[in-house]
Design a protein around this ligand. Structure first.
Ligand code: PA5
Length: 470
């Protein structure tokens, strides 16, 4: 039976809903989709030349096999899985885990937990890492570390690797290194690849041509997911089904082309803040994943031909209903410079009845004998209604259910929308040159060989700035 598909509801960006000053007309959308569909045709053509390689991941049955084999080898007896990675080597892992395992999976015992507890260490905060080391203590032998770094050069991941490698070698002995550490990295090059070869670690590949933030459907995201009981074949199946839709040059069948068209039309009109607001705890970390994808791919100071241009929508995450009590005042009455992207779920994994409690004040009567899913979705509908009343454009991505298939669809939808938006904004969505400077100066401040020029520049800047504190 075919899995149900997620849907993009764009009724509340139309001028009929929010007025001509802020809404889009159907003819404007139609014109925009013609351009977006030209971009789709171009992307499909470029795929044949080996570009946009992330699009091939869902159909890569070999990848699923390689990951499943590794899971079979490493899972027995493992109680804790610690992912060491950052950015595109971490956010997808976190998003899949939150979306597809129970909210308090980490606390579940026995069969209620389908695999090891998962800790994704995407920072180098000493208090955080120190606490994990303390708590792993006696369980270190039952802990597997998955070092994920495509480049193998990232300072944060390298530092974590050195710490945990040392811990394992000292506490469990050198022989444990290859038993308790598995590496996901470039199959041919980079420092981590060198270490894999010299120390003999089991390694999973980050496929060449797939950048970090587009790599969640490769071994980068699939290994931790499969270790924790997520059905990665179904996840890939969902992404593949969406992959077919986002290849379509018929706008009415291609939600990525429509999404890119609408967000680009608003970008041109000056609404450059894109707020993703899931009304489901399970989808909250997908908003974080989207934030990186959208920001790092589309914020560029050069166009695709290297000419100067400053562009980039700013992605923002919020969570319904929580942030109604934090952000919605600004969203309704502050500047009308945002597009809202709600994520709504029709059928939750569980529902909870709100009971009728005799003797409670009549003012609580409306809640009794209803359910939490009804309340949460009513809050979404009401918030959207209130935003529409203030002429704010709103999109909804509707999940019939949250499962591997729909999450795979969502991932592919946004990845493809990113590629299409990259074409519409005439930029390269796959590089991140601005991130490099901070990395280089970190190397310089940490004394890495070859970064003397940056160290001198930093010293000059620090001297000129002097001390300005109160
Ligand atoms: O999307 C990206 O390319 C980045 O966010 C990287 O994933 C991040 O910098 C980590 O890089 P690496 O996997 O090489 O350690």
């Amino acid at each position: 039976m075919a899995e149900p598909m997620i849907q993009l509801d764009y009724g509340n960006v139309l001028d009929g809903a929010i007025g001509v000053a802020h809404g889009l007309s159907l003819s404007e959308i139609k014109r925009g989709t013609t351009e977006a569909c030209d971009a789709v045709v171009q992307i499909e053509h470029e795929r044949k030349d080996g570009q946009h390689r992330y699009r091939d991941l869902p159909g890569d049955a070999e990848m699923v096999k390689v990951v499943t084999t590794a899971v079979r080898k490493f899972k027995p007896g493992i109680e804790n899985l610690v992912v060491l990675g950052i950015g595109g080597s971490a956010l997808g892992n976190i998003a899949l885990q939150t979306a597809l395992n129970a909210p308090y999976y980490q606390l579940a015992e026995g069969k209620a937990r389908r695999g090891p507890r998962l800790f994704v260490m995407d920072n180098v905060d000493p208090a955080q890492i120190g606490n994990l080391i303390e708590l792993l203590g006696p369980k270190l032998g039952k802990t597997l570390f998955n070092v994920i770094s495509k480049s193998g050069e990232t300072a944060e991941t390298a530092a974590q690797f050195l710490i945990f490698r040392d811990l394992v070698a000292k506490k469990l002995g050198k022989k444990a290194l290859t038993r308790n550490i598995i590496v996901t990295t470039d199959p041919e090059q980079g420092t981590m690849r060198e270490i894999v070869e010299s120390e003999g670690y089991y390694a999973l590949p980050v496929p060449p041509g797939v950048g970090g933030r587009f790599s969640v459907l490769s071994a980068v995201g699939l290994f931790s997911a499969a270790m924790c009981g997520i059905n990665i074949a179904k996840l890939a199946g969902g992404a593949e089904a969406m992959g077919k839709r986002v290849s379509s040059k018929a706008a009415a069948k291609n939600p990525a082309a429509l999404l890119a068209t609408i967000l680009n039309a608003y970008y041109v009109r000056g609404k450059r803040l894109h707020v993703m607001m899931p009304y489901a705890y399970q989808l909250k970390d997908l908003a974080d994943w989207y934030r990186q994808l959208w920001a790092e791919s589309l914020g560029k100071e050069h166009d695709a031909d290297g000419k100067p241009q400053v562009v980039g929508p700013t992605p923002i995450k919020a969570l319904g209903a929580t942030d109604q009590h934090s952000q919605v005042q600004l969203y309704r009455e502050g500047p009308n410079d945002k597009v809202f992207i709600f994520l709504e779920v029709e059928k939750f994994a569980k529902d909870i009845k709100i009971p009728r409690v005799p003797g409670m004040p009549e003012t609580l009567g409306y809640l009794q004998d209803t359910s939490l899913s009804k309340l949460l979705n009513a809050e979404k509908q009401a918030t959207e209604y209130a935003l529409v009343a203030s002429n704010r454009p709103c999109l909804t991505i509707r999940f019939p259910v949250i499962n591997e298939a729909t999450i795979g669809q969502f991932i592919m939808l946004w990845e493809a929308a990113t590629s299409i938006t990259g074409k519409l904004l005439h930029l390269n969505p796959y590089d991140q040159p601005a991130v490099q400077m901070g990395k280089d100066y970190t190397y310089a401040l940490m004394g890495k060989t070859g970064y003397d020029k940056q160290a001198k520049a930093y010293a000059k800047y620090a001297k000129a700035r002097g001390k300005r504190t109160v």
